[in-house]
Write a protein that binds this ligand. Structure first.
Ligand SMILES: O=P(O)(O)OC[C@H]1O[C@H](OP(=O)(O)OP(=O)(O)O)[C@H](O)[C@@H]1O
Ligand SMILES: Nc1ncnc2[nH]cnc12
Length: 181
């Protein structure tokens, strides 16, 4: 990525200290999306990285993963598949739970949304612990899809997310990196 594009994207992300709780610096992508140049550059950059890799689907996780996954799917000329929080998808689903700092969370995907002929690119706005992305990879593989690539606008590199995905054989791409939580 050229330095001007990196700076445009990075400077469009607003950091909010102590949100949603003390000690967390929230990296807000709504400000990136409000800036059409930064939003377009984000999608263009990811599309240029993946355009020749013959993905058949882009999968994004609720909610912020939809905001980058859907436009990227269109840019790559493939369909978009949502992974959602429980009870939101109307057809038959499979579910996967994952650990949070306190308790667990669950995500779901339509059973017929991907299959063994699919090569999937997983997309989200941000990777932190990697729990959400790991659960999404497990779901996609349960349905027989190939998933060896995941793209994030933001990587919180001090947290174990990237390593968790690499241990699953998933190559991680990010555009902006932050130290700390
Ligand atoms: O790597 P992890 O530790 O799993 O954290 C990253 C996930 O957390 C955020 O979503 P959140 O669950 O807050 O939901 P939202 O997108 O609906 O805001 C973010 O958009 C990722 O999906
Ligand atoms: N620091 C952070 N900023 C925004 N979203 C997050 N999700 C998990 N950690 C986050």
């Amino acid at each position: 990525m050229n330095p001007e594009t990196r700076a445009l994207i990075e400077q469009s992300i607003v950091s909010i200290p102590d949100y949603p709780q003390p000690g967390i610096i929230f990296r807000d992508i709504t400000s990136l999306m409000e800036n059409v140049k930064a939003y377009q550059a984000t999608i263009d950059e990811l599309a240029s990285i993946y355009k020749d890799q013959k993905f058949t689907k882009v999968v994004g996780t609720e909610a912020r993963g939809f905001l980058f996954g859907a436009p990227l799917a269109l840019a790559l000329g493939v369909g978009f598949v949502p992974v959602r929080k429980p009870g939101k998808l109307p057809r038959e689903t499979i579910s996967q739970s994952y650990e949070l700092e306190y308790g667990t969370d669950t995500i779901e995907i339509h059973k017929d949304a991907v299959g063994k002929d699919d090569k999937v690119l997983l997309v989200d706005d941000l990777i932190a612990t990697g729990g959400t992305a790991e659960a999404a990879v497990i779901l996609l593989r349960k349905l027989g899809a190939t998933v060896n690539d995941a793209a994030f606008v933001i990587n919180l590199v001090d947290l174990p997310g990237q390593k968790k995905l690499e241990d699953l054989g998933v190559k991680v791409v990010d555009l902006v990196q932050y130290q700390g939580e």
